[in-house]
Design a protein around this ligand. Sequence first.
Ligand code: SF4
Length: 534
Amino acid sequence: MAVSSWRLLDTPPMSAAENMALDQAMLRARAEGKAPDTLRFMQVRPRAVLVGFHQSVEQEVREDFCRRNGIEINRRITGGGALFFDESQIGWEIFASRDWPGIPRRAEALYRKMCEGAVLGLRRLGVLARFRPKNDIEVGRRKISGTGGTFEGDAFLFQGTLLVDFDAGTMLRALRIPLEKLKDKEVRAVKRRVTWLSEELGSAPPAPVIKAALAEGFSRSLGADIRPGPLNAHERRLFRAARSRFCSDDWIYSARRPPESRQVLRSSLKTKGGLIRVSLVTDPPARRINYALVTGDFFAFPKDTIMNLEARLKDLPLDIRSIRRAVLAYFREERPEIPFTGPEDFIAVLTEAARKTELTRYGIPMEDVNNVYFVAEPPNRQKGARYLLLPYCAKPLDCKWRKRDGCAGCGRCAIGDMYALAREKGMTPISINSYHHLERVLGEIRRKKEGQKGRKGFVGSCCEAFYIKHREDFERMGVPGVLVDIDSRTCYDLYKDAEAHQGRFDRMTRLKAGLFRTVADRFGARGRPRGKRK
Ligand code: SF4
């Protein structure tokens, strides 16, 4: 392969805003053909949380904790999830033309190619790293570097962070770890899922040694002669012009903040490419979507592609067919690259949000529709649930029934009322004591349902995080059900999900008793939902 010349730019530690502004300036200059292909190393000072381009700060970051601890917050120009970037970490970034020989056009192949250099560099340091699809570098199944990228014109930026030391405690407090990821990355096991250079090598090599090894790795993987060089005058101009924008709330918070309103319909879906969250700001009487916000930790190219999707959803009739048509037209005409995620994923999550208005027909107030989740079947097909599944965590810690299925109806908690409700409606109440118990119970319900041909669904209660995490499991088990959110902080908020999974959560949660009663009444055993039907 012919050896081409690249620039090596090792920028001194800078604030998160300056680093993000420089990313934007360098990508723009490369897209304009006014800067060379470049490998940049970056470090931040002070430490920072960087959310992905499509993410909402409020959903991903514990802002109070960050403010109290001098941790800056900013937004990357690349997609992906939020990350905590401490002063020891080293970021590596490739700015190049998409036409550069040997650069795959497809994002999936590009990830692999770009990570190759970092893998080779780590191996030079004595760390047996390898690429793990879709975009991580790991050592013995523990992640050491996360990566992501974006395009502008014919130029792309691909970047990764290398953990040198790791302060798991601060990271966990600074980030609202995306609850939906917990299935793969249990919070309590973060340290077992992640590794860092000083852990692998006994001590962290000096930063210049790490950077030299990475530069050598990229030089080999790209077939490039990478030599130190400064920013040029055009890049410096773009950088100066971009700085104030990247310090502003307009950039950091962007327009990604869904309003707290009773007319917002929300839904989330975990896809292979990442989590998609949608908020449809609606005008229910007019049956219109005023506007839509689509956020999440997926990657989407080009950078403004999700804004274009949102533009197609603006002022659309609030119905499934219009949403489907708009999404399909968007994918067909704009051909966005959203790795591992396709139009059907977006249609599914948008449709689910739109269908939440149907719940008002069943007597569920508009302000509560986002607290109700449907399993396996949409609302208009859910009928005659026979089982009332109640979480053990809503029982007091000293109740002798907390770890057992049953309730003496002593009146000290809402579970007693729910047992009474079940009796009243001819439903079977079951206290769920652990995740495994839930699987067993749903398995038994499914077998009975198959044996007796009847509908044997359930009404239950769990927090949203549990629902999103186990949504696929629920659907795989195939028992139709309606779930009502919980009214208090849950094991997920308290990072006690692993204990909760085994039935050892040591706090008490509160059922949304009124809403639960309404849902049980509408979808419970006595035959059919009793809402007004069109
Ligand atoms: S109502 Fe039932 S679950 Fe609640 S404290 Fe009394 S016995 Fe325990």
